[in-house]
Design a binder for this molecule. Sequence first.
Ligand code: COA
Length: 377
Amino acid sequence: MTETVARGLEGINVTATKLCRIDGLKGELVYSGYDIYDLADHSTFEEVSFLLWNQRLPSKAELAELNQRLIAERGLDEIIERLLRELHTLVRPMRTLEIAVEVLGAVDRASSDLTQPQLKLTAARLTAKMATAIAAYHRIRQGLPVVAPRDDLGHAANFLYMLNGREPNALEARTFDVAMILHAEHEMNASTFSAIVTASTLSDMYSAIASAIGTLKGPLHGGANEAVYKTVDAIGEEQNIASHVEAMLARGERVMGIGHRVYKTTDPRAIILERLGHEVAKQSPDRKYFDLSLKLRDYLAKKLEGKPLYPNVDFFSASVYKMLGIPSDLYTPIFALARITGWTAHLLEQYADNRLVRPNALYEGADNRSYVGVDQR
Ligand SMILES: CC(C)(COP(=O)(O)OP(=O)(O)OC[C@H]1O[C@@H](n2cnc3c(N)ncnc32)[C@H](O)[C@@H]1OP(=O)(O)O)[C@@H](O)C(=O)NCCC(=O)NCCS
């Protein structure tokens, strides 16, 4: 039998999951049986977090309990504040987040407790504290006072409040909440796989999440949303779209925010984000990037016609975040602030039924060589 290599593990099921189903040809995304359009219309990030951690929607009391838990974990730990003050001039936000997560693990005495109830507490802790850390990082690097969290705001609204020092209006809060729902989970993507590989050695949840953050950072994965911003920024004006795109493609570069390993039609998350974008644009003084993104999308649709290359989630998240006043180097960290729920949900599944991840590599190197001492080489 000829041995083959599954490059990029494409088409390989590495595990079974109850969390997420994607149909890349139909453009379907379903979290534990609930269609993403339904969740985007009716749910909240907190409720979706519960859904992913428990594979069912919460009762009123369970949702209230989760909200209380997240609120209780929102405070900025002194050690994280010290770390942020040290790192902010040296380290970009994604790596800062990676380090902060490891530090949170270092000071959590329960970090090595891998029982399901404790892991769920850790998942909620990370969800709350990562958001606080990124907001505080942004305040500190601007020389502004850190904004204390508010107990009366939902997770998404509170993050925007801690980031900007201003309570978001209802549309801004809802838009960001939906963006977080859309980014919460996406089956066996590269960063989730990283988390699972780390957990499969029975390393703790914090280290597994730090692995995932490091993987999300790359421009072919979560880093694409910041890269989309840079592309739109470099294009600048509608009349430059054609020349800019042609030059990129001639250099063999990829247009960020376009194409997907699984979706061979438009990513449903991009459709929902575009809809939200139109709403936010009506009240935003900063809609230029969104309008330019729409024109770029239309140009690429003609240019790439016949190829399975369509906008993905990162394409519109960039300009929607821009309209919410979020700086572009926080787009990928924000992806992590939402995906933490999906990552930890997969980790709950992995720890509950662990098997060390240890694939093979097909050896193609030399054989039967005799060692020659360094003086004879
Ligand atoms: C996401 C991505 C890595 C998936 O790619 P993949 O499944 O590995 O697809 P491939 O690399 O096999 O690409 C297939 C073809 O489409 C082209 N292609 C893929 N994405 C492209 C893009 N964004 N722009 C231009 N061409 C692209 C490739 O060059 C390749 O062309 P070829 O067959 O002529 O060589 C890829 O589409 C990409 O790099 N997109 C941009 C980054 C991005 O937005 N990432 C976020 C994903 S949510």
